[in-house]
Design a protein around this ligand. Structure first.
Ligand code: EPU
Length: 433
């Protein structure tokens, strides 16, 4: 258990680089199964989810070595196409190994994935897409068995642009005979990153960034070097942190266009924002105004992953900001915790009305999930006094050295492992659950 001890009220000032993208790294790590030679990945963020992907690759018999932010994967000698339950439940992206294993081995055996509890998160669209390609899949309780199958190109129509289903279909389609069309595909930047990786490995994939992908074959190339693109949600999180606390920061090595919807609302709320190439400079007086109506949507719409962190930035903004969550049924888990800090948020179904309060006060709260945890940390930075965020490891699943980055910008915070400091005092322990 990590306990973030945050003393709020400090303005953020300085410069910080955006980390490599979690949600691009994970499918690219799965795609390494297709490559006959070694894949060298650079700028891979140091995250628990990346460790989980490496554990899966090693279990399958791949060589996976890490040196700083570089990872070398050699999948030439894989020995298994089965992923045990305890590895599957460590993250959501373990499900992407299904498409990769089908492409590599023509079969797979795994169980339902884990990940943040943001709603039902079924995998029906993944299974339907893979079945369309000819995969013979049986579900038995939580177990998924893909029997030895010959994959053939097909036209897949996704009724919703699921990121994971698009990735699974892309991976499996690489090994299919003939051409595959994926219509209604997700357009997220992570799909473009996966397309780039697959092309470098020898796949003929086109269309990423549009709603139609065309995949026609794979001619494996030898060794491949790839650089992971910047993490748009981690960059958006830093921007929201400074917007809420006040101050001026420059986020380096990011792609501002990929989180322009978040920057748009921060600008509406009164932040000055300058974007130049791979940098965003944001200044905030701290006294923001409400940002209007914010509705999450598939890319290029406002990202659901940025909803909790933008909400934290707007807790003290004058007026009412209205969020509508359209992607996940259960993505307001941060709200009851934010209320402990004094936030005024009215929840009704998919809608959350945030009425700005003059001040937030420190309290003991729980990190409910990855982005919910980040939301709590940001709210703690904006609150008066001390906030303790109890986190069972969610934040480290997706943020690389977030505490170090925030400290370098002037935030006053430390992380303690529970048990290391016996004098640690947590308010309302009975309510922490
Ligand atoms: N859905 C279905 N059936 C499916 C697949 C999805 O009904 O077979 C529904 C989901 O329940 C959800 C919606 O479709 O309501 C969107 O799910 P999607 O498949 O697009 O999401 P995902 O692939 O599970 C990825 C990111 C999430 C991000 C979403 C939406 C990764 C590893 N995860 O999840 O990131 O929120 O896309 O953009 O890429 C995070 O990083 O914190 C995170 C949760």
């Amino acid at each position: 258990m990590d306990i973030w001890r945050i003393r709020g009220g400090r303005r953020l000032e300085g410069e910080c680089a955006a980390q490599g993208s979690k949600n691009a790294s994970l499918p690219i790590l799965a795609a390494c199964l297709l490559c006959p030679g070694t894949v060298e990945l650079s700028r891979v963020p140091c995250l628990r989810d990346v460790d989980a992907a490496l554990a899966i690759l090693r279990h399958l018999g791949c060589r996976a070595e890490q040196a700083g932010d570089r990872i070398y994967i050699d999948a030439s000698g894989i020995t298994s196409c089965e992923i045990p339950h305890e590895l599957m439940v460590q993250m959501r992206s373990s499900v992407i190994f299904m498409g990769a294993l089908l492409a590599r081995c023509g079969q797979a055996r795994l169980s339902l994935p884990g990940g943040c509890q943001l709603g039902k998160r079924p995998i029906d669209l993944h299974l339907a897409a893979l079945r369309k390609l000819g995969a013979v899949i049986e579900e038995d309780g939580g177990e998924i068995r893909c029997a030895p199958s010959v994959l053939r190109g097909a036209e897949i129509l996704l009724p919703f642009p699921s990121v994971g289903a698009t990735e699974n279909a892309m991976l499996a389609a690489c090994a299919a005979r003939g051409e595959t069309l994926i219509r209604g595909a997700a357009r997220e930047p992570e799909i473009q990153a996966l397309q780039g990786a697959l092309r470098a490995m020898g796949a003929d994939v086109r269309g990423a960034g549009t709603d139609t992908l065309r995949i026609s074959g794979f001619r494996g190339r030898g060794c491949v070097r790839l650089r992971i693109p910047p993490d748009r949600i981690a960059a958006a999180t830093l921007a929201c942190a400074c917007a809420g606390t006040g101050g001026k920061i420059c986020i380096r090595d990011c792609d501002p266009g990929q989180f322009s919807t978040v920057l748009y609302f921060l600008n509406q709320a009164g932040c000055d924002i300058i974007t130049k190439h791979d940098r965003v400079t944001l200044s905030s007086e701290g006294a923001l105004r409400a940002a209007g109506q914010i509705a999450t949507a598939p890319y290029p719409g406002f990202p659901t992953d940025a909803q909790p962190v933008l909400m934290a930035a707007l807790l003290r903004a004058e007026g009412e900001s209205v969020f509508t969550e359209n992607i996940f049924e259960n993505r307001y888990r941060q709200v009851p915790e934010l209320r402990r800090l004094g936030a005024d948020i009215l929840l009704k179904g998919r809608e959350a009305r945030v009425r700005g309060v003059r001040r937030l006060h420190g309290a003991a709260v729980n990190a409910t999930d990855l982005r919910g945890g980040a939301s709590m940390i940001l709210a703690g930075l904006c609150a008066e006094g001390e906030t303790l965020v109890r986190d069972s490891g969610h934040v480290a699943r997706g943020y690389e050295d977030l505490d170090g980055c925030l400290r370098s910008l002037g935030a006053e915070l430390t992380i303690q492992r529970e048990g290391e400091n016996h004098g640690l005092y947590i308010q309302k322990p009975q309510a922490l659950g």
